[in-house]
Design a protein around this ligand. Structure first.
Ligand code: NDP
Length: 318
């Protein structure tokens, strides 16, 4: 089921539902105002991307929607696109799930999403500060929220549902009661944070993994890591291409963000070559493993709680 298949010119992975998720998508977090539209259009129309990863929280879905509309006006069919968005923490309330999706569909000018993900497994107030005070982190009734997500599938407003940033214990809780299993767990993944434990669990439970921050999100400077650059020079690819190819060869889809039409095209050139086994192994053996997107600033309040440490938040997967 994790077999990578060529569909047209673009490699895809098969989800448990039988739908296909493109192996490469465009990330849109921090895609700058007035640049995001051009980036998405360039990705879809000029570079051949079919997957765009969005989120309500990124604040730029209207620009993505305008770009997708313009792209479809050039003749690209909606069914050939794969659009992902995410339910933000303040909407992790069964009463808010559908209205949050409707807002996202309105902004994106779409009738349905291909994939709708729970953004983080934390329920907060709308006005949560960073870090949130004790009262700004609310109880999470995950099963009821998931049931509302399932209803969105039944109503054909979304084709697949999934999660982000879920640990093994959190997935185990979710899997106990779901009617529709999560199709995807979108998690941080690059050679400096391989996330082996979650990848192994997801593979065994037929949950597709999407690698976010596949280039290290700038913070790790993985694009300038000597090991990555040496491999890139040796095989005449760019560091970005090497990192993206590493992710895809692990059997996960990757969603690098770029606002540069040039780098958007560069990042797509990863389907007609492979990393040799020894280079793949080297990239899979970085000693220093560290999360970049650890959620600390968003969710941890060591003095007041309720989440007092990263250890607790990530269920020890840190
Ligand atoms: P990435 O690892 O994709 O890195 C993005 C950075 O790399 C940008 O600064 C970009 O700059 C630069 N870049 C892109 N391509 C190249 C290249 N070929 N050579 C050199 N530099 C390059 O980081 P993100 O953290 O943005 O992760 C990607 C996406 O994952 C997000 O945009 C978002 O969609 C998703 N995500 C999901 C999360 C979740 O909780 N579910 C959390 C974090 C991310 P430039 O734009 O100038 O090219």
């Amino acid at each position: 089921m994790k077999e990578m298949a060529e569909v047209g010119e673009l490699a895809t992975f098969k989800l448990p539902t039988g739908h296909h998720i493109p192996a490469l998508g465009l990330g849109t977090w921090k895609s700058e105002p007035n640049k995001c539209r051009e980036a998405v259009y360039a990705a879809v129309v000029e570079a051949g991307y079919r997957h765009i990863d969005c989120a309500d929280k990124y604040g730029n879905q209207e620009e993505v929607g305008e770009a997708l509309k313009a792209a479809m006006e050039t003749g690209i069919a909606r069914q050939d696109l794969f659009v992902t968005s995410k339910l933000w923490c303040a909407d992790l309330d069964p009463m808010k799930v559908k209205q949050a999706l409707e807002k996202t569909l309105h902004e994106l000018q779409l009738e349905y999403l291909d994939l709708y993900l729970i953004h983080w497994p934390v329920h907060t107030t709308v006005d949560a500060s960073r870090p949130p005070s004790k009262d700004q982190v609310l109880p999470l009734d995950l099963n009821s929220v998931w049931r509302e997500m399932e209803k969105l599938v039944e109503e054909k407003l979304v084709r697949d549902i999934g999660v982000c940033n879920f640990t093994v214990p959190k997935l185990e809780v979710l899997l106990k009661t779901t009617t529709i299993k999560p199709a995807v767990n979108q998690v941080e993944m690059h050679p400096g944070w391989r996330n082996d434990k979650i990848l192994d669990f997801c593979k065994r439970h037929h949950i597709h993994v999407t690698a976010y921050s596949p280039l290290g999100s700038q913070a790790t400077d993985e694009l300038h890591d000597p090991t990555v650059t040496q491999i890139a020079e040796k095989i005449r690819k760019t560091p970005g291409q090497v990192l993206i190819r590493w992710a895809i060869q692990r059997g996960v889809s990757a969603i690098p963000k770029s606002s540069s039409p040039h780098r958007i095209k560069e990042n797509m050139q990863v389907f007609d070559w492979k990393l040799a086994a020894e280079d793949f192994e080297t990239l899979s053996s970085f000693q220093n493993q560290k999360r970049v997107q650890d959620g600390y600033i968003l969710f941890i309040n060591p003095e007041e709680g309720p989440l007092r440490s990263l250890e607790e938040f990530w269920d020890g997967e840190i």
